[in-house]
Design a protein around this ligand. Structure first.
Ligand code: ATP
Ligand code: LTN
Length: 332
């Protein structure tokens, strides 16, 4: 790698990406490849912090990898790999866990949410999730981390861990900066626009999956919860409409004023249909490319094997230095 800034991000293979993952995260990752060195990872180790069916996880991880490529991530220009293929992350995680406080982890809202949602499985991995995420980033000394706004707290913790390590053992880690977009950083559920759209929502109408077909996408938007007015304007209290306007804006590039003008005097039915059509048309090329890639398992394998080698090359050097710094005996 040269002296361009280094980007790192990851996504969990907990299911097909939602429109939230796409607008808030993945879609913004491809253009970064023009300016930066980029490393993108399928976080399968994070995924098992909630129960996963093994065969399904394997299938989802491959699909997620193909989806990253279908969304424009280019294995020739960037490093694309699967987290469990780079054991360095787990090796670094241990050291970082020993530099992370119980109190810090207890304050993470994702931990609080997920432990409430899965009260029968509040496991230690779910609790230390942010430390593994810090390891993902710090194993490459990444400069910037593009994520949706829900991950901001985890990134702040990653910076604190890095800072604490640097203070204790001497300057070593780069403090990673979050890269969070203003518009679309949080796409809300279509059924409850006060909650974020999430892959793990039980209500299938709440989230649009990026592999949904056109009819399904339009149907989900038609059923989206809005309000009892009939005015397409972006305003406090109109959570449902605000969310649809944000989505429409991010797939068409139109600003809110233009959208308000376009739908002045029209009802919500017309607006929802237009949003559904715009989203479906926007995602069409992603679906087509995904179908092509997922049918070519040999090519996918070639890409993720190379990606893991590249990731290991960088991260194993960093982890060796960390192990030396904390006082472990050099193995050779
Ligand atoms: P899960 O529901 O399994 O926790 P998730 O849908 O929240 O998963 P992740 O894999 O945790 O997805 O997140 C991948 C990326 O997508 C992250 O950068 C995250 O910030 C972003 N993201 C997730 N949901 C949304 C959303 N509703 N709006 C915007 N960005 C989102
Ligand atoms: N926790 C992240 C996924 C993730 C990640 C990372 C993001 C795992 N490791 C490192 C950025 C950097 C999420 O989006 N839920």
């Amino acid at each position: 790698m040269d002296d361009k800034k280094l980007i790192f991000s990851a996504i969990q293979p907990t299911g097909t990406f939602t429109l939230g993952n796409y607008i808030g995260a993945v879609r913004n990752w491809a253009p970064l490849q023009d300016k930066y060195d980029c490393i993108y990872c399928i976080a399968d180790m994070h995924a098992i912090t909630v129960k996963q069916e093994p065969a399904k996880l394997r299938q989802n991880s491959l699909a997620a990898y193909a989806l990253l490529m279908a969304c424009g991530m280019d294995p020739k220009r960037s490093i694309l790999f699967i987290q469990s293929h780079a054991p360095t992350h787990a090796l670094l995680n241990w050291v970082l866990c020993c530099n992370t406080q119980f109190g810090e982890l207890s304050r993470m809202t994702q931990f609080k949410d997920k432990s409430q949602r899965h009260p029968d499985d509040v496991n230690a991995g779910l609790f230390t999730y942010p430390s593994l995420m810090a390891a993902d980033i710090l194993a490459y000394n990444a400069d910037m981390v593009p994520v949706g706004v829900d991950q901001k707290q985890h990134l702040e913790l990653a910076r604190n861990i890095a800072q604490r390590f640097n203070q204790r053992y001497g300057d070593f880690f780069t403090l990673p900066e979050p890269l969070i977009l203003e518009v679309g950083a949080k796409v809300m559920s279509l059924q409850d626009p006060t909650k974020k759209m999430s892959k793990s929502d039980e209500n299938p109408n709440a989230c649009v999956l990026i592999l949904d077909d056109k009819d399904t996408i339009i149907r989900k938007f038609k059923r989206a919860v809005t309000d009892s007015e009939a005015e397409v304007v972006f305003r406090e209290g109109k959570d449902g409409i605000n969310n649809l306007m944000t989505i429409y804006s991010s797939v068409t590039g139109k600003d809110f004023a233009a959208i308000e003008a376009e739908f002045a005097g029209k009802g919500y039915g017309d607006f929802k249909l237009a949003v559904g059509e715009a989203v479906a048309d926007h995602l069409e090329p992603v679906r087509t490319e995904f179908d092509r890639l997922i049918a070519d398992k040999a090519y996918l394998k070639e890409c993720y094997t190379t990606g893991a080698e590249q990731a290991m090359k960088i991260s194993s050097r960093i982890v060796s230095k960390v192990y030396h710094k904390v006082g472990f005996v050099d193995p050779r």
